[in-house]
Design a protein around this ligand. Structure first.
Ligand SMILES: Nc1ncnc2c1ncn2[C@@H]1O[C@H](COP(=O)(O)OP(=O)(O)OP(=O)(O)O)[C@@H](O)[C@H]1O
Length: 319
């Protein structure tokens, strides 16, 4: 893992110095892309997959897009995005995480647990994990208030200078825009979409979701806080929803048979509420493994760990 130095001349990256001439091109330049659009089914598969095989290519993190990750406080947004980033690195991508809500050591500790598949990685494993993340993962650690312009500049720098494929901004409300400044939110998200589209970077934007009347009410994209345009502008919306009803029922249920049934219910759902360039929308059921902080694709899927020698996930029982 590398930390991005904060003494870079960010003004140089705040706006694109290009005068726009390069953006005016002959319409025929798109002939190949149009042929792909009509005849190239495989083209849909482009992008980084999720960590869950059962999702197949129904959700992919395609270059040039922005994914919004809304969720109620404490529902596991940061943990889910961190796990998705680990998997992206396993798939050969580079990532940068700008977390304004968590200390860098907390971010890395959770990712280390997820990578090790255990609640207490050994010192040796911690070292190997951090070495493995070199040239794969960067953290943007900024002390004090960050501005929307700075976040755009950092994202552009990451793409241009470090070849980063996935930029995580955690979260929108920590980017120096007031909760009621809808115009500011719209301008910022629009800026992120333009940057992603122009550079091929995929931006993951973590955001908050209004709690319904009850925390157990399944949310939808209309609960996204702030400007309505945020959802309109981004390409994908993936809501992270924790099954609090299951947790409460497990706390009070004494009947052993019923408890066994309850355990089989999902702990979390990833609700795909929008995909601009792919038709699938729906709910992915996930099971939370507390020790490893991994979200698993089935109640008996078993944890995995990253084998740093091969850089691939391995199933725990092979260990
Ligand atoms: N089913 C579950 N899914 C995800 N996290 C869970 C689950 N059950 C318990 N947790 C715990 O919930 C905590 C919150 O996780 P996380 O920080 O990812 O949430 P968040 O939505 O990003 O929170 P915040 O809104 O406060 O930033 C973690 O400590 C995690 O271990």
């Amino acid at each position: 893992m590398r930390v991005i130095p904060d003494d870079i001349d960010w003004n140089a990256y705040a706006s694109d110095e290009d005068d726009g001439r390069a953006d005016v091109r002959r319409a025929s330049d798109w002939a190949d892309a149009v042929a792909q659009y009509f005849h190239g089914e495989d083209e849909q598969v482009v992008g980084t997959p999720t960590p869950w095989g059962k999702v197949e290519n129904r959700i992919m993190f395609r270059p040039g897009e922005v994914t919004l990750w809304p969720g109620i406080n404490g529902h596991g947004k940061s943990g889910a995005v961190g796990f998705v980033m680990l998997n992206a690195m396993v798939s050969g991508a580079r990532a940068c995480i700008a977390s304004h809500e968590m200390a860098p050591e907390a971010t890395m500790s959770r990712m280390c647990r997820q990578a090790a598949g255990s609640n207490l990685p050994t010192i040796e494993l911690i070292e190997r994990f951090h070495r493995w993340t070199d040239d794969r993962l960067w953290l943007y650690v900024h002390r004090g208030a960050v501005t929307p312009q700075r976040m755009i500049a950092v994202s552009r720098y990451c793409r241009k200078e470090l070849g980063v494929d996935h930029m995580v901004i955690d979260s929108l409300m920590k980017c120096g825009i007031a909760p009621d400044d809808y115009n500011g939110q719209k301008t910022f998200v629009d800026g992120l979409c333009v940057l992603a589209r122009d550079t091929g970077l995929h931006i993951h934007l973590v955001h908050h979701l209004r709690k319904g009347e009850r925390e157990t009410d399944v949310p939808d994209k209309f609960g996204v806080k702030g400007a309505g345009e945020i959802t309109d502008l981004v390409d994908n919306v993936l809501i992270v929803f924790r099954n609090k009803r299951k947790e409460t029922q497990l706390e009070t249920e004494a009947d052993q048979k019923k408890r066994e049934e309850l355990v089989l219910l999902p702990d979390s759902f990833l609700i795909c509420a929008k995909q601009r360039h792919f038709t699938w929308e729906g709910k992915v059921s996930l099971w939370f493994d507390k020790d490893s902080q991994q979200l698993l694709e089935g109640p008996s899927a078993g944890r995995r760990y990253i084998d740093f020698a091969s850089g691939a996930w391995k199933q725990e029982w092979n260990r």
